[in-house]
Design a protein around this ligand. Sequence first.
Ligand code: UD1
Length: 341
Amino acid sequence: MSPMTVLVTGGAGFIGSHTCVELLEHGHEVVVVDDHSNSAPEALERVAKIAGRPVTAYRADLRDRSALDAVFKAHPVDAVIHFAAKKAVGESVEIPVTYYDINVGGTTALLSAMQAHGVHRLVFSSSCSIYGDATKVPLTETDPAAPTNPYASTKWICEQLLADMCRRLPELSVLALRYFNPVGAHPCGLLGEDPRGIPNNIMPYLAQVAVGRRERLSVFGDDYPTPDGTGVRDYIHVMDVAEGHRCALEHLDDEKGMRVFNLGTGVGSSVLDLVNAFARACGRPVPYEVTGRRAGDVAELVADPRAVAAAWGWTAKRDLGVMCRDAWRFQELNPSGYAAG
Ligand code: UD1
């Protein structure tokens, strides 16, 4: 397909930065808008280094309409990939209004700027968390949404508002991708997940334990109705997620309107499976202790990934061992994340 100019919101973040590399390596132009509230500008330097091409980037909040207008005026944007959002489930329970404001308000501001500048193609970053406490696995795209926290609700509201926009504006093509649990890092070790403060998510926490930054992992509950009692998730390598976005971009014009796909592997792994796989990857035991359940956690979330495979021939290629190997390489080479520069 012919190269596109792609506006990537949240392009300096974990999934955004890996997607930028993938797009640049396939000849697309990338324009990043990121407010760096949970990302380092250094990530974009590294994207440029890996791809061997400069990255155009703006520091802006999506709700700043004049900043957004200036970006659309300066670049012939063909499509938008919208990652920018807040994503900590626990925090969303503490400050729900902020989550609605940033995640939903950011999306409506972006949509109105896209309309004003005649941009009709969008890939939206959704989440498996919209399925809530699933009563069955694997989950297909037609299973009901039942968000259990404000973060998940913001993603579900955005999906609904996008579907509504598509019904009313027939020129729009929107793809919402529901990611399961993205982990891992670019295999070169320059790009990875570098959360601010104490990690909420298990993979960066495990990596920080293995490198000696934290004492031990707390395993949140071993009394779930799962084979070993710990929570089961569908971990997916961030490079697979990045490739999924490039594929999505290339299939945006297949149809007008709104389409929704799961991005997962279809393989469920427990917390203890992940601890063991990580210990093998880093060649040392990773200390852990079982503590109580974390509020809001669900027992098991696994994708049925067949719909996207049937539509585009896309499937995730990397297994749990590769996810751990790459997450560990990034942690080992960047023990303090991007902070050391
Ligand atoms: C959650 C959201 C997901 C969101 C992601 C982003 C749900 C169901 N999922 O993923 O949509 O995109 O956050 O932040 O709301 N665990 C431990 N110890 C830890 C950390 C986690 O045992 O220190 C366990 C959890 O109980 C869970 C698994 O590890 O079973 C994965 O947890 P985590 O990495 O935080 O991701 P989710 O909560 O699945």
